[in-house]
Write a protein that binds this ligand. Structure first.
Ligand code: NDP
Length: 394
């Protein structure tokens, strides 16, 4: 149905390529481009159908324009890092191509992410008749779609949303991150933030926590964090009173993180070392395992979902919707681990929604602005089945 250009040959990019390859009727031609061409070739060699590969520096808009001009894709899927969002959006505007990503823009020298930078492109995309779909991974992504599905089918008013992300997997390393280490550590060490009665409330990093009994996993300690989907949901779910995001961490992970922070290894400002300037967090990333290398012996499951409370037919209602994903099954299917898998599958489905015209628009959009039904229908088919439960309202 359309040629797709996937930029970024990491853990998530690899899953998107594999999953697009499973749907040739929508993705007849696939091009994978990244900074390190060998990583593109490695993914290409895992596939049973041919794809094109290319080398590109996605920080360089001119290089991107040349690549898009040469390959003429119908859609660019950005699975590089949040630092590249704006340069890739610029290249899409210059070449007249639609855009999709899984994480919102972050400036490299400031650990702060927010949608403003990308929402500001709305008018320019609209004028060109182009569509940009933001945050189409799992969280953000499927969690937003779960909320849209709940609003459409289960509630007249939504008052409370708790997004809960549990990874109960074991990769055998004392300390590793499941997606890009630099982006992950910047996110986890940031101040906590939640939305209450129209205001953003701040907490000390990882200072608020509680236990939740996750289905198929059991009780785990989860920590309140700021996460980007809350920014768009606060705008797009009318009447919301409180919204929080929680993520589980093991004590081992937290202890390592505390030590790394205490010795300055998570700093993002440059320091002088033996006559050259280095950023400690970038150096740490070079030492930590790459997310793609965790797959082989990863066991255990993830459970990511939304606990939602509100009103239906004049009565209080409590509703829980979630997905369970098994690391080892992801490895068996396409050689991935569950965090890359749960991000890459929704990115492919979002691309499918755009290329088949199920989701269309001119401008910059978040996923909850579209009908969740066709997307939810594909989730199970492509490996991420979901479960919903009505609970006793509190
Ligand atoms: P990885 O580090 O595994 O992969 C990133 C890839 O992008 C690497 O191949 C890297 O190349 C490439 N890249 C980085 N900079 C450039 C550049 N300037 N030009 C071209 N290619 C570049 O990360 P993940 O796959 O784990 O994560 C990818 C994205 O997915 C991130 O933005 C992350 O925030 C997002 N994500 C979203 C989630 C969600 O649920 N919404 C969950 C998890 C991740 P090289 O190998 O040369 O470094």
């Amino acid at each position: 149905m359309g040629k797709v250009l996937i930029i970024g040959a990491g853990g998530v990019g690899g899953v998107v390529v594999h999953k697009c390859a499973q749907a040739p009727e929508v993705f007849p031609e696939i091009i994978l481009a990244s900074r390190t061409i060998e990583k593109c070739e490695k993914i290409k060699n895992q596939l049973s159908r041919p794809i094109e590969t290319a080398k590109v520096d996605a920080d360089n808009t001119e290089e991107l324009i040349a690549l898009i001009g040469k390959t003429s894709p119908a859609l660019v899927i950005n699975t590089a890092l949040p630092y590249q969002d704006l340069s890739i959006m610029e290249a899409c505007l210059a070449t007249g191509v639609d855009y999709l990503d899984t994480a919102n823009y972050e400036p490299p020298d400031e650990a702060r992410f927010c949608y403003k930078w990308q929402w500001d492109y709305n008018e320019r995309f609209k004028e060109k008749g182009l569509m940009a779909l933001l945050g189409c991974g799992f969280d953000p992504g499927v969690t937003n779609i779960f909320c849209a599905h709940a609003a459409k089918n289960h509630f007249d008013e939504i008052h409370y949303i708790d997004i809960m992300d549990c990874n109960a997997g074991d990769h055998g390393h004392p300390f590793a991150t499941n997606f890009n280490p630099e982006i992950n550590i910047r996110e986890v060490t940031a101040r906590g933030r939640f939305y209450e009665n129209g205001k953003w409330m701040e907490t000390e990093p990882l200072s608020v926590h509680k236990t939740f009994d996750f289905p198929e996993i059991g009780p785990k300690e989860m920590y309140l964090m700021y996460h980007e989907e809350m920014e768009s949901l606060a705008k797009n779910i009318p009447g919301i009173k409180r919204m929080r995001f929680w993520m589980t961490f093991s004590q081992e992970y937290l202890t390592h993180l505390r030590v790394l922070q205490n010795v300055g290894m998570t700093r993002i400002d440059p320091v002088e070392y033996e006559g050259r300037s280095i950023v400690p967090l970038k150096f740490l990333k070079a030492l930590l395992p790459e997310p793609t290398s965790l797959c082989e012996n990863y066991s255990g499951k993830t459970c990511i979902g939304c606990m939602i409370e509100g009103i239906k037919d004049g009565k209080p209602k409590k509703y829980y919707i979630y997905n369970i994903c098994d690391h080892a099954e992801c490895y068996r299917e396409i050689g991935a681990q569950a965090i890359s898998y749960t991000t890459g599958v929704p990115a492919m489905i979002g691309a499918m929604m755009m290329l088949t015209g199920k989701w269309k628009g001119k401008g910059v959009f978040n996923v909850e602005e579209f009908d969740p039904a066709p997307f939810m229908e594909k989730l199970g088919k492509y490996g991420l089945p979901w479960t919903e439960k009505i609970l006793a309202a509190s």
